[in-house]
Write a protein that binds this ligand. Structure first.
Ligand code: AMP
Ligand code: GLY
Length: 424
């Protein structure tokens, strides 16, 4: 089988490695991929948003199955285009990807179907948004409606900050058209849990839970990033909470989407907050999370391609999806300065014995060498029987990877370890 994967980050690398485990896979093309993936897939210089070229490539190269991983092409309709060209795909169609593409849509869906989430108001004119701020409780959360590279969420600690956020989104168009409409919502507190799930629009199979570390610096300080590390499973996500989430959130969401004639097939990501009032949805993503995927997929026991095809063919209920019982950890090695400005072009050295555990995100291959080429450069992973074992091994492997200006958090999993020991 010839496969095509759209995307270029660590998440895509993890997906490709897992797909390769299936013996029927003969070739994997990644569009555009990055130089760090060259041993696992053939990188093709076509951008992830270039839907016409992606479809054209897939048809000309006789692709048997495609996986569209990032949010942008999904929201733009890449799956619709590939399917129209006769290529079976993993990922939601455009009508369903709106669950991530529009926060206004997702909030209205949750309200209509009684799915627990933060209370909110939506605004499309700046005057009413600013008026509302005057009466809103502080802190308050301001979100741009559309995709904003994970940066369209501002938690305002004062009314001034809230006003500034509204003005930057609605008047100054800091996130472009994404901020033409905004959501202002209640600030929630509690541990956060990421739950990725497979769904074919009828059945939902949650994957092992995970915990992201979004802030740039140790102790959850510094700027918000795309994610500096992950651990799985998430110790806060107990069996009781999982049951409650299935009944109150996962199944109701999938059923609501089907009822709205927006059947969701693919990976539906639930960003949850475990509040004192029960689990609530912070956000939906229409795709695998990054770097959650780098800890979740290594724990998947069942063949990934088999599960993906069952999703596409709407027979997820017929297969058994199993995970290993252990733990996994991923530490992101970034370029110093990320997520603000940083330098790139430094040579990366990864010892052969570490390589199978490294998922490369921002690198390019030139003159027989690998060079840094992005903010998040790579993720170093490990599995273990305990979280501590997984973390120790991941950090040991981090110590073997070398590039100038490398930066990583030293406390990935620290909070999870404490919680697992009943200390939090
Ligand atoms: P998002 O891009 O929607 O994942 O939001 C980024 C981060 O902002 C989340 O991971 C949360 O930590 C935080 N956040 C978003 N919405 C809320 C909320 N209503 N209350 C508290 N924190 C929030
Ligand atoms: N790690 C969060 C995300 O993928 O959106």
């Amino acid at each position: 089988m010839k496969l095509l994967v759209v995307g270029s980050g660590g998440r895509e690398h993890a997906i490709i490695r897992k797909l390769k485990e299936n013996p029927s896979v003969t070739e994997i093309f990644v569009l555009p991929g990055n130089g760090g993936m060259r041993k696992d897939a053939a990188c093709v210089n076509i951008g992830a948003k270039d839907i016409d070229k992606i479809t054209d490539f897939a048809v000309k190269n006789g692709i048997d199955y495609a996986v569209v991983a990032p949010d942008d092409p999904l929201v733009l309709g890449a799956v619709d285009a590939l399917e129209a060209a006769g290529i079976p795909c993993f990922g939601p169609v455009k009508r369903a990807a709106i669950i991530e593409g529009s926060k206004v849509f997702s909030k209205e869906l949750m309200k209509k179907y009684g799915i627990p989430t933060a209370k909110y108001e939506t605004f499309s004119d700046i005057k009413s948004a600013l008026e509302y701020i005057e009466t809103a409780p502080i802190p308050t959360v301001i979100k741009a409606d559309g995709l904003a590279l994970g940066k369209g969420v501002i938690i305002a600690q004062t009314k001034d900050e809230a006003r500034e956020a509204v003005i930057s989104m609605m008047r100054d168009k800091k996130f472009g058209e994404s901020g033409s409409r905004i959501v202002i919502e209640e600030f929630l507190t509690g541990p956060e849990v990421s739950v990725l799930s497979f769904t074919d629009g009828k059945t939902v199979v949650p994957m092992v839970s995970s915990m992201d570390h979004k802030r740039a610096l140790d102790g959850d300080r510094g700027l918000n990033t795309g994610g500096m590390g992950t651990v799985a499973p998430n110790p806060y996500y107990t069996a009781d909470i999982a049951k409650r989430c299935m009944e109150e959130i996962f199944l109701p969401t999938v059923r609501a989407m089907a009822k709205e004639n927006r059947t969701f097939k693919g990976c539906l990501y639930f960003g949850l907050m475990l509040t004192s009032d029960g689990p609530k949805v912070i956000e939906y993503n229409c795709r695998f999370g990054d770097p959650e995927t780098q800890v979740v997929l290594p724990l998947l026991k069942t063949d990934l391609l088999t599960v993906m095809k069952a999703v596409t063919e709407e027979r997820l209920a017929d297969i058994n999806v199993e995970f290993y019982g252990g733990h996994a950890a991923c530490v992101i090695m970034a370029s110093k300065g990320y997520p603000a400005s940083y330098e790139k072009g430094y040579e990366i050295k990864i010892p052969e014995k570490t390589e199978p555990y490294v998922y490369v995100a921002g690198a390019k291959f030139a003159d027989g060498k690998l060079f840094t080429d992005g903010g998040r450069v790579l993720g170093v992973t490990a599995k273990g029987n305990t979280l501590k074992e997984a973390l120790d091994l991941a950090y040991e492997r981090v110590g073997t990877v070398r590039f100038e200006n490398a930066f990583y958090r030293r406390d990935i999993g620290a909070r999870a370890l404490a919680a697992g020991n009943g200390e939090d």
